[in-house]
Unconditional design. Structure first.
Lengths: 198, 310
């Protein structure tokens, strides 16, 4: 099968598209459309962090099922944007709705969903640091092993969203189902490949 | 006398914003709408000005802006997002309205829309509102003590609890077309809580009738309890013998209790209740026991284990 090249504009376009949610949210706050800016920015950045994390996990299935290896070149950017949105999310929580460190400490320790969300961010941190070509070369096989941390990080992120939601579970459920499909596909593929190899 | 919020002398009076003629014309406007428009998506006449004397227990804290109070709401009848009520509550028809007060009372009562505003002399009360989700506001309500209504219907000795029911009208309340909550929304108070002078039946805020997203035409305000207790758009108040089922308790009894008193020492299973963020502010503050109303209400719970009866 002939490898379809990735159009030249694909990467710059994706780069620009990924900034849209942040710019849009900032614009709405600037226009005074968010009654509670701290809450609005926290929710938007968190939602997009999770969505981009799942988008990152969608690349490999698309590459394999669509026989389009060039698509893999978009994965790093999506992953880094997911981390960027997660970092903005964390920063907004700490800076815009935090205040007194003692109060934040208490809030984090007593709120399991914050512990879970913060753990997800911590797992993503080494992945962002080692996302460069240099680190890929240096870590060799270890690199892909390390980057499997995206699986527990995504699970924690979904649990974070699930636990913080008071009652309308439609969105957390949708994210959980999507993640379930993406992970189940990987398990299935791992098993079938092993049987074929044997 | 408690401290009273002094109004800004340069601010326009509500009556300067909505001409009296427009307000008085609302019935004709409605009649035209009801006759012709099937969708009823036209807004009703604008909120009407309400005159109220300053009441007791008002805070001297600065109230949240009208924009914040009307655009950051939990009113699941219109959707689960904070912005849904402002978007979708406009279609709710609140006039005509019927509020029935019955159950174990000597004199059952039915009030129509206009009578809601004549239960007792209207008072302005600037109260804190603390949501169970960890945010809070300060709101200048207009209303009457619930006790003033209960005294009129004369609860009998069997009336040990007060049950409240919200309107169920899926045609105008899109959230009720989903199973977000078991409809209609129900709440309840113990009779002593209902008779407490802090407990308010609100019919307005910021000098005007209640905006629909805030629970027009009449809602409960129990400021020492988490916000979900302060049921909106009430159509029935029943005096009952047994502790009534309440919506959030029914949905998640391990997370939301019947009492739901604001208590920084008893956390929600999934988050801390020790602190809160005032809507519009950028840092958290400590949550006060009974939301700062301990002086008025703590006596009612002296024999209650607040950890168990959360």
């Amino acid at each position: 099968m002939a490898a379809r090249p990735l159009p030249l504009w694909a990467k710059p376009l994706l780069f620009a598209l990924c900034t849209v949610p942040l710019l849009h949210a900032a614009w709405r706050v600037y226009q005074g459309e968010a009654a509670d800016p701290a809450d609005y920015l926290t929710r938007e950045s968190g939602w997009w962090a999770l969505a981009l994390l799942l988008a990152t996990l969608t690349i490999t299935p698309l590459v394999k099922l669509g026989h389009w290896p060039q698509l893999m070149r978009l994965r790093r950017m999506l992953g880094l944007y997911a981390f960027a949105y997660a970092s903005v999310h964390l920063a907004i929580y700490l800076l815009l709705s935090g205040g007194d460190p003692a109060i934040i400490g208490d809030d984090i320790m007593k709120s399991p969903y914050i512990v879970v969300g913060f753990s997800a961010w911590l797992l993503l941190l080494p992945l962002a640091i080692t996302s460069t070509d240099g680190w890929m070369r240096r870590l060799k096989r270890r690199w892909s092993q390390l980057h499997r941390l995206i699986y527990p990080a995504s699970m924690l992120a979904v649990i974070h969203f699930w636990w913080l939601t008071k009652s309308d579970m439609r969105q957390p459920l949708l994210f959980a189902l999507l993640l379930g499909v993406l992970l189940a596909w990987r398990v299935w593929r791992h098993r079938t490949q092993r049987t074929r190899g044997a | 006398m408690p401290l009273i919020r002094l109004s800004d002398p340069s601010a326009p009076l509500p009556s300067e914003i909505t001409p009296q003629a427009v307000y008085l014309d609302r019935r004709r406007f409605l009649a035209t709408g009801a006759a012709g428009v099937a969708g009823l998506l036209l807004p009703e006449a604008h909120a009407a000005p309400l005159k109220a004397a300053p009441g007791p227990y008002s805070l001297k804290e600065k109230p949240n802006s009208l924009d914040e109070i009307t655009h950051y709401n939990n009113f699941y009848e219109f959707g689960s997002s904070k912005t849904d009520p402002a978007k979708y509550a406009g279609q709710l028809v609140v006039d005509p309205w019927t509020l029935k007060i019955g159950g174990h009372v000597a004199r059952p009562l039915t009030l129509d829309y206009d009578q809601l505003f004549r239960i007792a002399p209207l008072e302005e009360r600037i109260y804190r509102l603390r949501c169970v989700e960890g945010w809070s506001m300060v709101i200048p309500w207009i209303g009457v003590p619930l006790a003033s209504l209960l005294k009129q219907v004369q609860p009998t000795s069997k009336g040990r609890f007060v049950q409240f029911v919200t309107l169920e009208r899926p045609s105008q309340m899109p959230g009720q077309r989903t199973d977000l909550l078991p409809w209609p929304y129900r709440e309840g108070l113990r009779i002593d809580e209902a008779m407490n002078p802090l407990t308010l039946l609100a019919v307005g805020l910021y000098g005007e009738t209640l905006p629909k997203q805030n629970g027009a035409p009449i809602r409960l305000v129990a400021p020492w309890k988490y916000g979900f207790k302060s049921i909106k758009s009430i159509v029935a108040i029943n005096l009952v013998e047994q502790q009534p089922t309440t919506t959030w308790q029914q949905l998640a009894p391990n997370e939301y209790g019947f009492f739901a008193n604001v208590n920084p020492e008893v956390d929600h299973p999934r988050w801390s209740q020790a602190n809160e963020r005032r809507v519009g502010e950028f840092s958290r503050r400590k949550t006060l026991m009974f939301n700062g109303y301990g002086e008025q209400v703590a006596g009612m719970y002296s024999k209650l284990d607040l950890r168990r009866w959360f």
